[in-house]
Write a protein that binds this ligand. Structure first.
Ligand code: HEC
Ligand code: HEC
Length: 342
């Protein structure tokens, strides 16, 4: 007789088991006021299946010709999906030309890459696949390789009702990347959860400076992701390593050395900074802005000597670090199912 509550519980659990979708993926908590498309905030079961497939692909070294690197080799969760290097190391040990950016909040409309050369998120994966220094395994070849894996054949059949092919691979990778939501920094508590006490006096002074007409930081680093998604030339000297930036795509001389404004979220995890990783810490970046830039041709007029004191620079830095999201870099659902990461 005394067993019945236990049996009832078992029966309930068994029921729940049948109804729960196979998926194990869940997003980090998202503040109610945080601007994010509903298709991400309220993921459908189909989206969850795509995310889980994309996650398997993202961490799979089989995506590179010599099976030595995966997307995650250059985009590591602990580093907000950057890689901590000025230039990444790809297949065959080759070195790239730009700093790998951290990946999060990719659902905002934008062009991808620092020069905006890629218009759609589902197309981004093809660039490292084609690059001999990165994955070096073009999408067609990868499709054929995945057709020899029962795991991918079964999953792609179940989710897309087709064989592993460029469509299914790029869509799944896109969905995993769309799922990378960073909205749990202390600044987000302050701004979107209305917990004004979360930022201390120093961080609030830094925020005021950041928003001020004097620094003009927020004129380019604007909006919820701290970027206007536009291209600007902040005047960095490029004698050592020329990169024409946005002009590489538009062939317009006015776009010379303009780069996409990076988000300022998660800077505490994503050093080194700038398109070529030239600055290894935030003090150096702030000293650069405070000094008024290198004055390289085409430098934006907003970059000018600011005359900030040591204390003001420390305040600004403290504010920027309040945008670190430790929930994001530890969120279990962004890790490969089987355990260890690259
Ligand atoms: C060898 C290192 C390397 C590998 C492997 C790699 N990436 Fe990247 N990734 C980079 C670099 C470097 C950039 C910056 C390129 C640029 O701006 O010109 C980048 C840029 C991106 C961006 C653009 C982000 C933005 O804000 O514009 C996305 C998205 C991305 N990678 C996703 C992926 C995916 C998905 C894979 C696996 C299919 C992958 N990467 C594999 C190094 C790598
Ligand atoms: C004219 C637009 C503009 C203004 C004003 C501006 N920035 Fe930037 N910022 C950029 C661009 C563009 C980059 C990327 C440059 C590159 O990759 O070479 C950048 C890079 C950065 C980086 C490095 C981020 C990374 O991930 O590499 C930090 C930090 C930063 N800015 C903070 C600030 C602060 C603080 C201010 C105000 C003092 C400021 N910015 C003013 C456009 C601007």
């Amino acid at each position: 007789m005394k067993w019945w509550p236990f049996l009832l519980l078992m029966a309930l659990l068994a029921c729940e088991d049948r109804e729960t979708p196979k998926g194990t993926f869940s997003l980090p908590e998202i503040p109610a006021n945080f601007p994010i498309p509903d298709s991400i905030r309220f993921l459908s079961e189909q989206s969850i299946h795509q995310i889980e497939l994309g996650r398997a692909l993202f961490f799979d070294r089989g995506l590179s010709r010599d099976s030595s690197v995966s997307c995650a080799s250059c985009h590591k969760q602990a580093l907000a999906f950057g890689d901590g290097l000025a230039f990444s190391i790809g297949a065959h040990g080759g070195s790239g030309r730009r700093n790998a950016p951290p990946l999060f909040n990719l659902f905002y409309p934008q062009l991808f890459f620092k020069d905006g050369g890629i218009p759609r998120l589902e197309e981004v994966a093809m660039a490292p696949m084609d690059d001999h220094h990165e994955l070096d395994l073009p999408l067609q070849d990868l499709s054929l390789r995945l057709r020899t894996s029962t795991f991918y054949v079964d999953e792609i059949k179940r989710i897309y009702n087709r064989e592993p092919d460029p469509y299914s691979i790029t869509r799944a990778l896109m969905w995993f990347q769309l799922s990378l939501v960073s909205a749990n920094s202390r600044y987000d508590d302050y701004q979107y959860r209305d917990k004004k006490e979360v930022l201390n006096a120093q961080e609030r002074r830094g925020l005021d400076l950041f928003l001020s007409a004097h620094t003009q930081c927020a004129s380019c680093h604007s909006g919820p992701n701290f970027t206007d998604f536009q291209f600007h030339n902040v005047g960095l000297n490029m004698e050592a390593h020329l990169d024409t930036g946005r002009a590489r795509i538009t062939i317009n001389p006015a776009d010379f050395a303009r780069f996409k404004t990076p988000s300022l979220r998660n800077l505490g995890f994503s050093a080194p900074y700038m398109h070529d990783g030239r600055y290894s810490n935030l003090e150096q970046v702030l000293a650069y802005y405070n000094g008024g830039g290198d004055g390289y041709p085409g430098q934006d007029a907003r970059i000018k000597p600011l005359g900030l004191t040591e204390k003001e620079l420390e305040d600004l830095e403290a504010f920027l670090y309040s945008l670190n999201d430790s929930v994001f870099v530890n969120h279990a659902a962004y890790q490969p199912l089987g355990g260890s990461q690259d």
